[in-house]
Design a protein around this ligand. Structure first.
Ligand code: MSP
Length: 649
């Protein structure tokens, strides 16, 4: 056995690293549960598995979240990451390593990677002018926008104009296209075709640094820039293995066997990530697998709508194994799926309480009743027995075939074919009738033995998906001391003569109506809470007294570009700007030093009250006033993409 395990080799599987911008919901859980099931399955098969997950902690989005909360970005992420790690511990996610991009091991390796790419001649300096979607941390050109918004998430984009470093991604366009076209690197097929089309339209070089904020890893050759958060994040899959300075794990596990990612980040993983690896002369991962989204009420879950499904709530109510089973059994890999309470409750009731739970409790109860708890021997065989055995030994190879294609739902269905067959076997054999006839004692014994052995096989097959249930079953069957061996699932008749003991029901039967009513009430309460919070945060609109149009028309509002920004030498809260307004350049002072660093304002196209009487502010002249919106405690500059000098009315 041990020898065989040696032969199977290594298996490296990764999840995306999650943004700790807020707590994770069931959509994130879905991806991690799939990775966990695959890791456990491969371990069971005998592979030396390395399972990596983690958190993606830098970037503008996180920085803004921290600012809103009035804490440092590090404090902010430490808090959320703590809860993410707790969630994975609760769910018994069997990762081997958890990488945080703020860890020193990652930071130094990202810088080493930047230097390598630079030494290769793949990085150059320039100026980025284009659009940026902060929620997706993604750059877009004008022509890629859809109705002026991010083509991925549909939210507004911001204009970015800043000094930056670029990666010569275009250099690798042909190799990336060949990778997508000639191999099964990217799955499923639909995603692959989308990406092939994307690359065929031509790849532009990628901006890989930002200079207008500082929450990131410093560019090693220029500390006024931080490395673009996606370059920082993507390389986690190799920095966690020690690349480049500590290659032991890297040599053992790279290239990854499977990288699981959600469909909206397939582009980063199948184009930019291979480009980076090509620049580093490293091999490509075997497979990038794009999964679909879990949708609710027909759309994505959203914290502000209050319709986020909280995995902790479901675990508290139904248990870890039930939640994992539902996620893996209900949805088809690669496709979107709709989450509803009804679908979930029915799955749990029918598959777990009725089918599996019942099979175990009936079998154990009958062995206790008819044989005093001792599993008898099987000395007879008829067609019904043969049919059960055939289904039982076919389950493992079918399951393995589906798992190797990421068809988790069909893999579990293969087990349930056996579960249902075994239940039907009881109905066909009617052991309670056999028990009444002493002459049929041997048949009764065979029936009870075969059921025990079918359950033994089931306990092995469900182990990667529901290990606690598997253990509980084995305890009741009296075989919990025996190690779980994958190959034992291929053979019928391996159960010795254990003593069974009735235990707790594996899954309680749910009252569907009652359960749905309670879940709905909980959802309404959560939505009401979210609304209350939103109302509280909403700006209380108390308007100033009405003015005549002529009064407003006296104000000359103009678009200007911030050419220079610095701290006021005599006032902590003031920033001094040089603003270009058409052909004129003037000095304007604003009390926003607590909200913006001078460099964050550089290049912004702002709106200026241009005919305001100049005034002295702590010894410096301010000639005009910039417009800022007050957002809670934060001041946010009002920007536009119109040419400077333009009038605003
Ligand atoms: N930080 C990046 C990933 C960097 S990997 C080098 C990121 N993080 S994320 O937290 O926004 O998303 C992480 C993963 O969660 C993505 O694969 C995404 O598809 C997945 N999901 C987020 N919401 C989801 C659903 N509602 N349903 C299924 N998966 C979802 O992107």
């Amino acid at each position: 056995m041990a020898e065989e395990k040696q032969l199977k080799g290594t298996y490296y599987i990764t999840t995306p690293i999650y943004y700790p911008s807020s707590d994770l919901h069931i959509g994130h859980t879905y991806c991690t549960v799939m990775a966990d099931a695959m890791a456990r399955f491969k371990r069971l098969e005998g592979y030396d598995v390395h399972f990596l997950t983690g958190t993606d902690e830098h970037g503008l989005k996180i920085m803004q979240k921290a600012q809103e909360k009035g804490v440092t970005p590090q404090e902010y992420v430490d808090d959320v990451v703590g809860r993410i790690q707790k969630l994975w511990a609760t769910m018994e996610i069997s990762y081997d390593d958890f990488i945080r991009t703020t860890q020193e091991r990652h930071v130094k390796r990202v810088q080493a990677i930047f230097n390598k790419m630079n030494d290769k001649g793949d990085i150059y300096e320039g100026k980025y002018e284009g659009w940026y979607c902060t929620p997706c941390e993604s750059y877009w050109t004008e022509s890629q926008l859809v109705n002026g918004c991010c083509p991925d998430c549909g939210r507004p984009v911001e204009w970015a104009s800043e000094h930056a470093y670029f990666f010569r991604l275009s250099k690798y366009q042909d190799r990336i296209l060949a990778l997508l076209q000639d191999t099964d690197f990217l799955q499923p097929e639909t995603r692959r075709n989308e990406m092939i089309e994307f690359v065929k339209q031509g790849l532009e070089d990628l901006c890989i640094s930002r200079s207008t904020f500082d929450w990131g890893i410093k560019v090693p050759i220029d500390d006024t820039n931080v490395i673009y958060v996606w370059l920082d994040a993507l390389v986690n899959y190799i920095t966690a293995l020690g690349y480049p300075d500590d290659p032991e794990l890297y040599d053992k596990f790279w290239p990854a066997d499977t990288q699981l990612v959600g469909k909206e980040i397939v582009r980063f993983h199948s184009i930019i990530w291979p480009g980076i690896l090509m620049s580093l002369d490293l091999p490509m991962p075997q497979h990038v697998m794009g999964h679909g989204w879990l949708l609710i009420d027909g759309g994505k879950m959203s914290k502000s709508k209050g319709n986020v499904v909280d995995p902790v709530f479901l675990i508290d109510r139904y248990g870890i194994d039930a939640l994992k089973y539902f996620l893996l059994r209900e949805y088809t890999f690669g496709q979107d799926g709709v989450f509803t309470n009804e679908v979930m409750i029915k799955r749990l009731n029918f598959d777990l309480a009725n089918d599996l739970g019942n099979l175990v409790s009936r079998t154990v109860a009958m062995i206790e009743k008819y044989c005093g708890g001792d599993v008898p021997q099987a000395l007879t065989e008829d067609d019904i027995d043969r049919s059960l055995k055939e289904v039982a030994v076919n389950a493992a190879p079918t399951l393995a075939e589906h798992m190797n294609e990421f068809r988790f739902n069909l893999a579990l269905e293969a087990v349930w074919v056996l579960v249902r067959r075994a239940n039907k076997y009881i109905d066909e054999k009617m052991p309670w009738v056999l028990a009444k006839d002493e002459a049929r004692k041997a048949e009764l014994n065979t029936c009870l033995y075969n059921l025990t052995d079918a359950l033994r096989i089931i306990s092995i097959l469900i182990q990667p998906f529901m290990h606690t249930t598997s253990e509980e079953m084995r305890k009741q069957l009296g075989i919990s001391d025996e190690p779980i061996v994958w190959e034992d699932a291929f053979e019928f008749g391996k159960t010795g003569a254990p003593h069974v003991t009735k235990g707790r029901p594996l899954f309680p039967r749910l009252d569907i109506e009652k359960e749905l009513a309670e879940l709905e009430a909980a959802k309404q309460a959560q939505m009401a809470e979210a609304k209350k919070k939103a109302d509280k945060e909403a700006v209380n609109v108390e308007l100033k007294p009405e003015i005549a149009f002529e009064d407003f028309d006296k104000i000359d509002l103009r678009v200007g570009t911030i050419m220079k920004a610095e701290k006021h030498p005599n006032a902590d809260n003031l920033l001094i700007f040089k603003v270009r307004v058409g052909t004129e350049e003037r000095q304007v002072i604003s009390g926003v030093a607590g909200h913006y660093k001078p460099e964050e304002m550089l290049g912004k196209k702002v709106i200026l009250v241009a005919n305001l009487k100049p005034r002295q502010l702590r010894g410096e002249e301010s000639n005009g006033m910039l417009l800022f919106a007050r957002d809670g405690k934060a001041l946010k500059v009002v920007t536009t993409d119109a040419a400077d000098g333009s009038t605003v009315n």
